[in-house]
Design a binder for this molecule. Structure first.
Ligand SMILES: *Cc1c(COP(=O)(O)O)cnc(C)c1O
Length: 451
């Protein structure tokens, strides 16, 4: 077997293996890494996943990318250690199920990627004796998943930037109560400001003596593990080779890229439904072919999806023959007809999100939180354009309802049961720093704390 190599979407950096792609995060030409070719799984292998535990599916899907880098027995052990929780597929109606990706330690789907990435990076660092500082911008859930996944991993320090006014108290505590090798900064700005500061730091020669890496969804190490649960769902819902509909509430488009990658690896997808909140740059792009980032991004209820310029669109464009650079300029148009055939996207307002959350509960006893409600509503929008005709469908719920107790109490009249991992937070003291949106101040902070 040939090892999978990774190329930059900007086409100006040398190809690298998984280890280098993981440790670098972003390619030197400011593009994003993508596999040059995708390993293919056979219909029989995918069908066989129906009887396998999640950790074993993860092992089989990820093994081709790790070939020659992590030996199979170690990879199998890393997967078993990372995926020690349930991935329920809750029946709703007909062959439609909601996949709950909220059973990890920080109760959002971001645990799936962060836990695998932490284990990969921890292993690579141990082998090379290096240390690394991970800088990550978060709109709420990435920071906590990354902080939890890397907490206590030797050789790694994590710095999380979060927008002070855009994360819930519980999300904030998940980042600010860990300490040890984890630090966090409350930025007096928006998620996009956090992301911009992090990107600028990566490109800054004055910081070259601090070995930095990113754990944002720009890191390919985030996307590969996010392809696994689509195989898990399909094997359990669809007949061998039968295409299914997948709906993914989207912000930075890392989760949906996991589905696109699964598709390239051989998973039959009838349609990928990618609803967004009021940050509607993607459905507009799909409809018109014109891409305009939204600056500043709009504040919506589904706060982890408040992204006005999703980094991963560069990857999506590249896989459809186009070139979108890091500034959001379309250098070469992707195949719009193919994109429209494969994808459906709608924008869901906060008012619709609330109404959907209430209706799903009243009609199906389906308990959602705002992100999952955007996903569910977008799925219903899609059904208006094309009936399922008994096709299987999976809609993702990306966070635990207990992360949004106030909203759910207001809408449904009860408080969702809190999982033990979240309940413990309320008793822990917080510790974080504050900074204005100012790159100079951020650089000084990095130099003072990490060089
Ligand atoms: C991050 C996040 C999303 C959006 O995922 P992307 O990969 O950024 O599209 C959706 N829901 C929740 C709960 C999240 O934390």
């Amino acid at each position: 077997m040939e090892p999978v190599i990774f190329e930059s979407t900007n086409g100006q950096s040398p190809a690298v293996d998984l280890c280098a792609a993981l440790l670098k995060g972003q390619a030197p030409d400011r593009g994003l890494y993508l596999p040059k070719t995708f390993p293919r799984l056979s219909t029989a292998q995918i069908a066989d996943f129906a009887r396998l535990p999640y950790a074993e599916i993860a092992f089989q899907v990820l093994a081709p990318y790790c070939h020659g880098i992590v030996d199979p027995e170690s990879l199998r052990a890393l997967c078993a250690d990372a995926y020690n929780f349930e991935v329920p597929l809750e029946p709703v109606f007909d062959r439609v199920r909601v996949m709950r990706l909220d059973r990890g330690p920080t109760a959002s789907f971001k645990d799936f990627a962060a836990r695998m990435m932490a284990r990969w990076i921890g292993r690579f660092l141990r082998e090379s004796g290096r240390t690394l500082t991970i800088l990550t911008a978060t709109s709420g859930d990435t920071g906590s998943a990354v902080a939890s996944a890397f907490h206590g991993v030797e050789g790694i320090r994590v710095l999380v930037l979060f927008p002070i006014g855009e994360v819930s108290a519980r999300q904030r505590k998940q980042m600010t109560t860990l300490r040890d090798n984890i630090r966090s900064i409350a930025l007096a700005g928006k998620f996009d400001d956090c992301q911009a500061l992090v990107k600028q730091a990566f490109a800054d020669p004055a910081l070259s003596r601090i070995p930095l890496s990113s754990a944002n969804s720009i890191n390919i190490g985030r996307l590969l593990p996010q392809s696994v649960y689509y195989f898990h769902a399909a094997a359990r819902l669809a007949k061998p080779g039968e295409p299914l509909v997948i709906a993914v509430p989207s912000g930075n488009f890392g989760d949906m890229m996991g589905a696109v990658i699964a598709g390239r690896m051989g998973l039959p997808i009838h349609r990928l439904v990618v609803p967004v909140n009021g940050n509607n740059e993607f459905p507009t792009f799909l409809a018109t072919g014109d891409y305009h980032k939204i600056e500043p991004s709009r504040n919506c209820l589904s706060n982890a999806m408040n992204v006005g310029h999703p980094s991963n669109l560069a990857r999506l464009a590249a896989l459809y023959g186009g070139h979108l650079d890091e500034t959001g300029a379309v250098r070469r148009a992707p195949d719009m007809a193919a994109l429209r055939r494969d994808l459906f996207s709608s924008s869901v307002s906060d008012e619709q999100t609330r109404a959907t959350l209430r209706e799903a509960w009243e009609k199906y006893h389906l308990l959602l939180e705002p992100h999952g409600a955007v996903g569910w509503r977008g799925f219903l929008d899609y059904l208006q354009t094309e009936p399922l005709h008994d096709k299987p469908a999976v809609v993702l719920e990306t966070a635990h309802p207990a992360k949004f107790p106030d909203e759910i109490e207001r809408l449904l009249g009860f408080t969702p049961e809190v999982p033990p991992s979240l309940a413990a937070l309320d008793r822990l003291p917080e510790d974080f720093d504050r900074l204005p949106v100012d790159y100079g101040a951020f650089r000084d902070y990095l130099l003072a704390k990490y060089s």
